[in-house]
Design a protein around this ligand. Structure first.
Ligand code: SAM
Length: 262
């Protein structure tokens, strides 16, 4: 297999795993699915027979051409040669539909893809995703408050989706093998901003402020972001210890603090 290492091309060769990834989306007969980075089609070929419509986004023009030819007799499969980060999902997705997303992601842009999907989830364009990513990133996305991996990515992900850890694969499941283990997560997009009574842009910015420096306390990060000691003292909820770090707090407490601050 020809390969462009810069594009994160580690192709999935484990047959059980590629079926398990598609199985994780359940019955797809009436669903439109977007696949990110179909590569040589190891997941694509299973999806094509199972879903109502498949839109596969591939940046590598040689791979996109290979797949276009391979699926030429399957009109439900559309191969789009495009950078997923530049794709306008709204125009790709049928009007009024919330689609599923699947992908063994190009690991070098995992965070950017997740942020794009969170926005699409908020816009009602995407409802679920099953995504393979580097194990360390998946651990951060799914970490609960108080554990070592919990941070900005965890809080942002969990404001936007319910996250389920499905399974982890060794490097040997891919050709060529990457240097890292890989984990598959399932996300149900369900933004919590309204439920917690916060506005999305303001709360996203607040999360960046309070997770700015992991070693600092919440109060010190907020001081660094421009809040005065008096403002913090006046607004501080009794339920949050003054020396707390953002990493220890559930999203409900962070939202309570955000709403209390000026
Ligand atoms: N789905 C295939 C598999 O599981 O064997 C390939 C997965 S490989 C880890 C990632 C794929 O994403 C490659 O085919 C790569 O060319 C493609 N890719 C890399 N950057 C991309 C981008 N910005 N937009 C769309 N596809 C991209």
């Amino acid at each position: 297999m020809k390969r462009k290492p810069k594009l994160g091309q580690n192709f999935l060769v484990d047959d059980t795993a590629r079926h398990a990834i598609v199985d994780a989306l359940g019955d797809l007969r009436s669903r439109t699915v977007i696949e990110i980075g179909p590569g040589h089609g190891s997941i694509t070929e299973i999806l094509a027979d199972r879903c109502h419509r498949l839109i596969a986004l591939e940046l590598d023009s040689a791979l996109a051409a290979e797949l276009t030819f391979r699926f030429r007799n399957q009109p439900q499969v559309q191969i789009v040669e495009i950078d997923v980060l530049k794709a306008d999902l709204r125009t790709l997705v049928p009007e009024g539909e919330a689609v599923d997303v699947i992908g063994n992601l190009p690991y070098y842009i995992t965070s950017d893809i997740l942020l794009k999907l969170f926005a699409a989830g908020s816009a009602g364009i995407v409802s679920r995703a099953v995504l393979m990513m580097q194990r360390e990133v998946a651990d951060r996305v799914s970490a609960a408050p108080g554990v070592r991996d919990y941070g900005l990515l965890s809080a942002t992900a969990q404001m936007n989706a319910q996250v389920e850890h499905l399974f982890t694969l060794p490097p040997a499941a891919f050709s060529p093998p990457p240097d890292v283990y890989s984990t598959v997560l399932r996300l149900h997009f369900a933004p919590r901003f309204a439920e917690l009574g916060v506005d999305a842009p303001g709360f996203d910015a607040f999360l960046k402020q309070i997770f700015a420096q992991k070693r600092k306390t919440l109060q010190n990060n907020l001081r660094a972001a421009g809040y005065s000691a008096e403002q913090l003292a006046a607004a501080w909820p009794d339920s949050i210890p003054p020396q707390a770090r953002a990493e220890a707090l559930p999203l409900e407490s962070i939202a309570q603090l955000y709403k209390a601050l000026p």
